[in-house]
Ligand binder design. Sequence first.
Ligand SMILES: C[S@@+](CC[C@H](N)C(=O)[O-])C[C@H]1O[C@@H](n2cnc3c(N)ncnc32)[C@H](O)[C@@H]1O
Length: 159
Amino acid sequence: MSSNNKYEALYRESRDVCGTPFPEFAAFFDVYEKEHANVLDLGRGQGRDALMVAQHGHRVLGVDISKTGIRQMLEDARREDLEIVGVVADIAEYEIGESYDVVILDRVLHLFEENARIRVLSRALPQVIPNGFVLIADMPSNKPALQRVFDEAHTHGLR
Ligand SMILES: C[S@@+](CC[C@H](N)C(=O)[O-])C[C@H]1O[C@@H](n2cnc3c(N)ncnc32)[C@H](O)[C@@H]1O
């Protein structure tokens, strides 16, 4: 995917391409009551969310196609002794092996064309535990199609 090259180059130039986590994501984890939750961060980048989530005491698996982003994030995680695992993979193909309390898709879905975007979300939803959470930051114009994925999953008894 061409976006990979773009982010690979950006991450090599700077350790802080995306800045601090969105306040809405930070606020969610400030009040999320479950302890030691299993969190999956798809398209994790340099790990701004993964680090914040792990600082709350949760376990995070982050997947990104950028080797540099994953490496930088793991260096930060080691320095802070945080429970984060990193996998370099294309999230369009990555087989999500376990169930997660929370799945994060932060500014990554808009990088896919619509069918692929819907497929990424559709493959992730069955891996979220009942009453779990999916946190998405994306283009407002993509929201109706993403909402339909949730509606369909609900109709088929996933949520
Ligand atoms: C705008 S950045 C967002 C990074 C991170 N979620 C954040 O909010 O800080 C988009 C990320 O998606 C990753 N990405 C793009 N296409 C991908 C794919 N097919 N599979 C995995 N990661 C991908 C890029 O490498 C980049 O790290």
